[in-house]
Ligand binder design. Structure first.
Ligand SMILES: NC(=O)c1ccc[n+]([C@@H]2O[C@H](COP(=O)([O-])OP(=O)(O)OC[C@H]3O[C@@H](n4cnc5c(N)ncnc54)[C@H](OP(=O)(O)O)[C@@H]3O)[C@@H](O)[C@H]2O)c1
Length: 429
């Protein structure tokens, strides 16, 4: 056996304690798989007296995580405190400057500072690893960075926030409003302290930006991810989508277009019988479309102690095995700046609105759309409400700005009684 490799964990919350527990309970199995002993030598967290579910007696305790990051008796610094800035960022920098490899699950920090931290790590011949930062227990990074390294990625997609998927599936299955299900999700502890991180699509956007960098060889560019949350999705839209054979998901899509890199995280209609359409509750799914591999679909738990700690362990085990892979798939100095697309690829759209209930209004709407080159795939008129006629339209592929201009033109004809709800329909198998 080689010399042991020594680990220090900063943050003993859900994930940090989970990692420590696996390191202790599966020690024999893991050590034999690495042909090397992995030792948990030191930890740091805010409260020393909290019960963590594993014995702390034989492990050094550091009051300050910066001191942990520079200890001589650790080779790998595992950052599991979270937060997009300091002290997590400073601790990682200190660890790298003291010759330690770093493992983190912190997508917010990576989306903001990942490029700079990878530069520092690679300039020192060290690794910065983050399997747990995207889609919890799913090996989303390893699959892209290693298994699919021989492929050009044409498109990547995914449902990457379990809370949003839980809310959307529960709304449909229990016939409840967004507000009611949001409250239930909060009571169950599924929602971050700042809910906009989840329901506003920010957390999932961070993950999409990280995957895009690896897939397309570009510097992480979270700022150009088009973000739209699920707060305005109504039970009505969920049911209309169902009637049309779709389900609504908070879907991330990233692809290279002729105009540049397109990254969007937004509610989309997807075919109900597709793998993503069938994804229930808090599960996550990632799909990579490689030019040689074809579509590769991965699904699993996107969060939680066991799944997330399992991914952290896979990074620690890689380091113990000396399996070195560049942080974002190629040396960080070779990543190019992302050029964000000025216009997303054309797509079909779902439009729901209320029209005046009088003769000729549907024709007026169809004409205004047609004048903008938008053809209608399907149109449904639902139950009349007094003077209003609710309609749902599915368009053929068009650009979002063209649709927006067309709907403005329809509004000018005076037939629209309610602002249209517009949701993209994503072309997936
Ligand atoms: N939970 C998940 O399912 C999941 C999934 C994927 C990724 N992640 C990521 O994993 C990371 C950790 O998440 P978590 O859910 O484990 O968080 P958590 O349960 O809130 O744990 C955070 C831990 O950090 C410690 N901490 C906070 N500030 C500290 C400081 N200044 N110095 C030392 N320790 C400090 C806390 O200490 P005390 O306990 O002593 O108060 C706590 O143990 C985050 O980046 C998160 O985004 C989590």
């Amino acid at each position: 056996m080689q010399d042991s490799i020594r680990v220090g964990i900063a943050g003993l919350g859900t994930v940090g304690s989970g990692v420590a527990k696996i390191l202790l309970s599966n020690a024999h199995l893991i050590n034999s798989r690495c042909n090397r002993k992995i030792e948990l030598t030191a930890v740091s967290s805010r409260s020393k007296s909290k019960q963590r579910g594993f014995p702390l007696k034989k492990i050094h305790w550091e009051e300050n995580l910066i001191n942990l990051a520079r200890r001589d008796d650790i080779d790998i610094f595992v950052e599991l405190i979270g937060g997009e800035g300091n002290p997590a960022k400073e601790a990682i920098e200190v660890a790298l400057n003291h010759g330690k490899h770093v493992v983190t699950a912190n997508k917010a920090l990576l989306a903001k500072h990942g490029h700079q931290l990878a530069k520092l790590a690679e300039s020192k011949g060290l690794s910065l690893k983050f399997e747990a930062a995207v889609a919890g227990g799913i090996p989303a990074i390893k699959t892209l960075n290693e298994s699919l390294a021989g492929n050009k990625i044409n498109r990547l997609m995914g449902v990457m926030n379990g809370t949003c998927n839980y809310i959307l599936t529960r709304m449909e299955n229990a016939n409840l409003s967004y507000e009611k299900v949001f409250k239930q999700a909060k009571d169950l502890g599924y929602v971050e302290a700042d809910p906009t991180l989840d329901v506003g699509g920010i957390d999932a956007g961070h993950k999409l930006a990280i995957l895009s960098s690896i897939a397309f060889g570009t510097e992480i560019d979270f700022d150009s991810v088009y973000l739209q949350g699920i707060e305005s999705i109504t039970i009505q839209d969920i049911y209309q989508a169902k009637e049309l054979g779709y389900r609504i998901k908070l879907l991330g899509v990233s692809q290279k277009t002729d105009n540049g890199l397109e990254q969007r995280m937004q509610p989309c209609l997807v075919p109900a019988n597709s793998a993503i359409g069938q994804l229930e509750n808090a599960m996550n799914m990632v799909i990579y479309e490689g030019d040689n591999s074809g579509p590769i679909t991965l699904s699993g738990a996107g969060a939680g102690e066991g799944p997330t700690a399992s991914s952290v362990l896979s990074d620690i085990i890689d380091l113990a095995r000396d399996n070195k892979v560049p942080t974002f798939g190629k040396p960080v100095t070779e990543l190019v700046k992302a050029i964000p697309t000025s216009r997303p690829a054309p797509g079909a759209y779902y439009v729901r609105t209320k029209l005046k209930d009088s003769p000729g209004v549907l024709a007026k709407m169809a004409t205004a759309l047609g004048d903008h080159g938008i053809s209608i795939d399907r149109m449904r008129q639902t139950q009349h409400e007094d003077v209003a006629a609710p309609v749902v339209i599915v368009t053929h592929k068009t650009l979002p700005e063209t649709l927006s201009n067309a709907l403005t033109a329809v509004a000018k004809t005076g037939v629209i009684l309610e602002d249209p709800v517009v949701i993209r329909i994503e072309d997936i198998q």
